[in-house]
Design a protein around this ligand. Sequence first.
Ligand code: ZN
Length: 436
Amino acid sequence: MEYWNPYLETLPGEELERIEIDYFRKILSFAKEHSVLYREKLRDVGPGDIRGMEDIRKIPFTEKSELRRYQEMDPYPYGGVLGGKIEEVTSFRQTSGTTGKPVYVPETYESWQWRIEAWCHILYMAGFRPRHRIFLPFVYNVYVAFWEGHYASEKVGCELIPGGGLDTKGRIHKILEVKANGMMNTPTYGLHIAEEAKNMGIDPASLGIERMLCAGEPMPSATRRKLEEIYHCPVYDHIGGTEPCAWAGMCEAKDGMHLIEPFFLVEILDRETLSKEVGEGEIGVAVVTPLGRRSFPLIRFNTKDLVIKGSATCSCGRTSQKIREVVGRTDDLRKIRGVLFSPKTVEEVLRKDFREVEEFEIIVERRGLMDVVSLRAEVNPQLPVGSIEQVKNRLQESLKIATNLSFHVLMEPPGSLPRYMLKAQRFKDMREDGKK
Ligand SMILES: [Zn+2]
């Protein structure tokens, strides 16, 4: 069994923890000196106060809302979360902004290289080697995930084919033309490519993909196995985000995901109090501190990812802690056809522009391989029957613009939908794995 970094990947657990606590002190000290957010937030804590994990647990979390707030100040557009000088920033990335204003993420050359090095662990762990010619079927834009994949595969020594700017058919032709034997994609798009290939009379297994790494959305193991069956190749998963970077990945044993240690200090904390580490097999919230990324320092970032803690041993020989499974998010966000969706957005559209809609319900179902999202809109009794069709069309249009999803809109008669007194349940995800 080969490792990307044989030394770090086989260090005993206690040694990894010792290094992580030491790095934690260093990044804390750096953050306090260079970023306004932490200078203000951690005024009363110094690196000397950190003797062990119990001291780290006393430090407040960093929440996404704080990042947004501190980005309001200078220098534009990173504000008080920037660690260092604006002149040192060499690339701009941002979050999708589905849950609110996007967070702008500065990377200096040094920080970007740190991030790529962490990603190399993920790629190498998933068995990618210089013999692989990896097809990346996306336009990367300002979003970070596939840029990381791109640069990390170069560093590992693979050959990377950027497959943006083509439609799915074009991508399939390109895969065949260049004889790509690896692929990185979202699970949804992996299934879509397979469907499209079948429509073209091509068996997806004959595309020659020997290895696949998925990103971008939670992948239930059933989907992973389905992709493996369709493409006749092993499929791997990883977890990360724009702010905390990619912090865990699946090795060839495919038995959970390894934390990328000691690049990240990952705490998996009980959901109720967020104050103690959960035990193996228990669900917890992942709180992540990237330990070497200075352009955008994050101390105890609350990822809101719910995961099941796994064991610290693996047949691959790596010694890092594992997570057994990603369960979902602590809030109500869903991925629908690869698009991050918040029911709140629909409510906003309706409340703002559709007074004629009294009540509504959103239903997500899986029909075949596709997610179908429907809106049941109950109309006001005053609405003339003749205008119902017009409202329906306007709804479809506005929802498409607001969510980037095509809704199936059903206009319902007055009084047909349930009313809620307290916590409304207007969002129904009927997909078996919808909450994963
Ligand atoms: Zn392993």
